[in-house]
Design a protein around this ligand. Structure first.
Ligand code: NDP
Length: 419
């Protein structure tokens, strides 16, 4: 018997909630709470006839800690699964601390207003000291470690696919295949076609901020920063074929550099088609990706938020998207003194995801691990006091769950490496 409070009811949350409802033996009670309660009620109406999980819904503005605290006190959950936006991570963590309830999320903290002078001061210091300029980083959430330890609760950070499954793959490779991992290349390929000239597969604001930023990778103990899309490679993805991919900064590089001992290089590549890149460059050139508010006919608007309102809602892409995703990690290193290579990956089919839960594969590949992370915490398979990234726990039960609940993986021992 367990009670889970899920905050957010967008693309990723919808999949996680469908999957929780497939496992009422673990998720006996869930509360879906979001800014727009009507979305939570619609999902409840759809799922109640087909699940034994008891679903309640609530309205919450997770930017306001007191609202989250009040909801936690009312619902009395065993854990909170944050599937709203990275902007809400800290208020929800604060609410969990105050009520002594476990916290789980899929993306690290990023401020909504990157012009906020107080945040900017800390950010600029971090850029100088750490050597990367991404707006998001783990320092804000890692800083809660002692407070969570004292409260006797855990925070599980980043249990989506990347970050999430990629970190679990790394822990699994370390446990079963290597004495020492030297390099990790994380490859995220989406070969899906939704038929639009331009759309993003998850929240457009978060997605476009990430993709238009400088790239960076970890090498020999420090960050190497690149211009956006500066490093391009072509890779022949299993079950997909050749695709162009570009080096991006990504949050799990930061935690893996800390948690995989002796690792010398970690890179992250994502595939993009030429049409996506051309549209993005154009939007950026005309200022549409800016997060700085402008005055338009007497009203303040944030260009990237206005753009989000124009673009297709990612949750509407499900019925139109065909093709597959392939996300995985290539590891090199040593075992028993010999060189070793390993590629662990998952291939997911957009149309099959849509048939099962009414969403495309990008939401599916994030929502399923979010459910599995919550399952690890609620069943006590992963236990701790403090703030943790997924690779800090035993990967085996999570890897079994991936096979059982929709994201089976392949471990290939002689992959082609990325140069
Ligand atoms: P969506 O925009 O589809 O959904 C976000 C949801 O959060 C919406 O229901 C929204 O409500 C709600 N929300 C936003 N602000 C608030 C607030 N202040 N209070 C309460 N609810 C709020 O996003 P996605 O589902 O695409 O993404 C969800 C999360 O998953 C993001 O953090 C994203 O970064 C992460 N992600 C992680 C990945 C991984 O592999 N680790 C991959 C993809 C995404 P409303 O409906 O009113 O707008």
């Amino acid at each position: 018997m367990s009670r889970l409070l899920i905050i957010g009811c967008g693309g990723v949350a919808s999949v996680a909630i469908h999957k929780c409802c497939q496992h009422p033996e673990v998720f006996t009670d869930i509360c879906i709470a979001s800014r727009t309660k009507a979305k939570c009620d619609a999902l409840k109406a759809k799922l109640t006839p087909v699940t034994a999980t008891r679903i309640t819904t609530a309205s919450v503005n997770a930017d306001v800690k007191e609202e989250v605290v009040a909801l936690i006190r009312l619902y009395q959950p065993d854990a909170v699964l944050n599937l709203a936006l990275p902007y809400q991570d800290l208020t929800i963590m604060d609410a969990c601390l105050e009520t002594k309830v476990h916290y789980i999320d899929t993306a690290n903290y990023e401020p909504e207003n990157t012009d906020d002078p107080e945040w900017r001061k800390i950010y600029e210091k971090r850029c100088k000291e750490a050597g990367f300029t991404a707006y998001f980083d783990y320092s804000w959430q890692w800083a809660y470690k002692e407070k969570f330890q004292k409260a006797g609760i855990m925070a599980l950070l980043g249990t989506g696919f990347d970050p999430g499954v990629t970190g679990v793959y790394a822990a699994y490779a370390q446990k079963h295949y290597f004495d020492e991992i030297e390099t990790i290349d994380i490859l995220d390929c989406n070969a899906g076609d939704h038929g639009y000239a331009f759309a993003t597969n998850f929240n457009p604001e978060i997605n476009l901020r990430e993709v238009s930023a400088n790239g960076s990778y970890w090498e020999n103990g420090h960050w190497v920063e690149t211009k956006p899309m500066e490093i391009k490679r072509v890779y022949n993805f299993p079950q997909i074929g050749n695709k162009d991919m570009y080096l991006l900064h990504h949050e799990e590089i930061e935690s893996l550099a800390k948690n995989i001992p002796g690792v010398k290089r970690i890179r992250f590549f994502m595939t993009f088609g030429q049409s996506y890149l051309d549209h993005m460059r154009c939007l950026e050139d005309v200022g549409m990706l800016s997060t700085t508010p402008i005055l338009y006919e007497g009203k303040e608007i944030v260009p990237i938020q206005f753009l989000k309102a124009l673009l297709p809602d990612p949750s509407s892409l499900g019925p139109r998207t065909k093709g597959k995703t392939n996300i995985g990690c290539i590891f090199t290193g040593k075992k028993d003194g010999k060189e070793k290579k390993l590629y662990i990956y998952n291939v997911c089919n957009h149309e099959e995801c849509y048939k099962e839960v009414g969403s495309q594969a990008v939401a599916y590949t994030t929502g399923v691990p979010a459910m599995i992370g919550a399952m690890m915490v609620l069943t006590g398979k992963w236990k701790g006091e403090g703030v943790f990234n997924v690779e800090e726990f035993d990967p085996d039960p999570y890897m079994e769950a991936l096979n059982a609940y929709g994201l089976p993986w392949v471990a290939e021992e002689d992959p082609t490496l990325v140069d």
